[in-house]
Design a protein around this ligand. Structure first.
Ligand code: AMP
Length: 197
């Protein structure tokens, strides 16, 4: 059943969104980005309420229950079951990783790839993303919020990476280089995972 089941981990600004979208085209899997779902004004998240929206704008993580329910709903849909997925921005906490495992049981994800880019590099990328987007920039790309998002990431990321590492599911990939170079590295990992069956 289904296509590859992939998780992309990495700091905000590491290129997860770009690479997840490329992987979804290459492997025909469904790109599930919790950040995109949460920002979608026409989605179920419109009903989230001002508290959740304020948390997103402030660069804080949302409550596990809320994000887990959002992902569980999406993962249960036929296209995801049939085609597989690449998760981008989830899980962000060990509790979310446990919930993901429960959603997939008795199966698991095939591989979790940690897209490694140094904090100084993502910081300047995020500032660049804000300047390039101008008026249309994400509110959480504001400089002080970027700091908070990166700090939040550092606080939780090691535990999430460790969660996958303990289960033999973690591969670290260098996220520096051109988009094409990074995609080639990711493909090598995914292809090797598929071949190992
Ligand atoms: P992202 O686009 O992945 O950087 O997500 C943007 C914002 O959405 C984050 O700063 C959080 O406020 C919220 N968010 C996205 N994914 C999660 C998650 N897995 N758990 C909690 N909050 C999340």
């Amino acid at each position: 059943m289904g296509g590859p089941r992939l998780v992309l981990l990495g700091r905000p600004g590491a290129g997860k969104g770009t690479q997840a979208s490329l992987l979804s085209e290459i492997y025909g899997v469904v790109h599930i980005s919790t950040g995109d779902m949460l920002r979608d004004p026409s989605g179920s998240v419109a009903a989230l309420g001002s508290e959740a929206r304020a948390a997103i704008d402030a660069g804080e993580l949302l409550a596990d229950d809320l994000v887990i329910a959002l992902v569980a709903g999406r993962m249960a849909q036929d296209d995801v079951v049939e085609r597989g997925f690449v998760l981008d921005g989830f899980p962000r906490t060990p509790a979310q990783a446990d919930a993901l495992a429960a959603m997939l049981a008795p199966e698991t994800v095939d591989v979790a790839i940690d897209l490694e880019v140094a904090p100084e590099v993502v910081q300047s990328r995020l500032v660049g993303r804000r300047l390039a987007a101008g008026e249309a920039s994400r509110r959480d790309d504001a400089e002080e919020v970027v700091e908070r998002r990166l700090a939040r990431y550092e606080a939780e990321a090691a535990a999430v990476a460790e969660w996958f590492a303990r289960r033999g599911l973690l591969v670290v990939v260098d996220g520096l280089g051109t988009t094409e170079e990074v995609t080639a590295r990711l493909r090598a990992v995914v292809d090797a995972t598929i071949a190992a069956g």
